[in-house]
Design a protein around this ligand. Structure first.
Ligand code: PEP
Length: 252
């Protein structure tokens, strides 16, 4: 059985004081008890990883893991401004988001680069969270499934069996930060299509890989989304900034 996983993506938000409040509030909430068989993580901006890792350790917050929002496709060297996967591992990260649509759109990241980043993350001993998703135009022109399954096929061709150690996040671009959540059925249909695409490569990989939904997940829609058979949790942006909302989604 696949565990339910909720990952918060703070994007470029937070500061030393608010991060501390967030972790302490989430710790208090989690200590009151969480549903079993679930995993939770938070992905702060790079400069705050060390602070958040320290807070999580000091509070002995066993429920919460640390993740990063991106990693370099290279091991080390002359790549000014980039951060290597091995550095993120040293900072205590267990997850790294790769191929977020904001990186694909604003930094021209293509599927090959996303797969190269995922390989670096795997080689460093962490779990890549590989994001895929279609634009509003692609959905409105009836090409959503073709586009998303095409993105998955590119990852399969590079990562092969190693996909078993990855997470996939289906994040329709029209739903990210817009408040327009995909209906639970629309999301389920795409998750099913992704799993079917993975099964064409390997049935076992398809059965084991957790597929998270991302795009305006909130406390009031999480229950319905997470109840779908192929939705294994959420990648949560805006709502993860509020610790009470993040907790409510984790408990959904
Ligand atoms: C995201 O950025 O991964 C995301 C899903 O954002 P939001 O929840 O704000 O739509």
């Amino acid at each position: 059985m696949r565990p339910l996983i909720v990952i918060g993506n703070w994007k470029m938000n937070g500061n030393l004081a608010s991060n501390q409040d967030w972790i302490k509030t989430v710790a208090r909430g989690m200590e009151r008890g969480m549903p079993s068989g679930r995993k939770y993580a938070v992905c702060p901006p790079f400069p705050y990883l060390s602070q958040c890792a320290g807070l999580i350790k000091d509070i002995s917050l066993a429920f919460l893991s640390l993740g990063a929002q991106d990693a370099s496709a290279h091991i080390a060297g002359a790549y000014t401004g980039e951060v290597a996967a091995s550095m993120l591992k040293e900072m205590g990260c267990q997850y790294v988001i790769v191929g977020h649509s904001e990186r694909r759109q604003m930094h021209q990241e293509v599927d090959e680069a996303v797969a190269a980043k995922a390989l670096q993350v795997l080689d460093a001993g962490m779990t890549p969270v590989i994001c895929v998703g279609e634009t509003a135009d692609e959905r409105n022109s009836g090409r959503a499934e073709e586009v998303v399954c095409g993105q998955i096929a590119k990852q399969v061709s590079v990562l092969q069996d190693r996909l078993a150690d990855c997470l996939i996040a289906y994040e329709p671009i029209w739903a990210i930060g817009t408040g327009k959540v995909a209906s639970a059925q629309v999301a389920q249909d795409m998750h099913h299509a992704i799993r079917h695409q993975l099964a064409e490569f390997d049935e076992d990989v398809a059965a084991h890989v957790a597929i998270l939904y991302g795009g305006s997940v909130k406390p009031d829609n999480a229950v319905e989304l997470f109840a779908m058979p192929d939705i294994d949790g959420g990648l949560v942006g805006g709502a993860s900034l509020n610790p009470q909302d993040f907790l409510a989604i984790c408990q959904a």
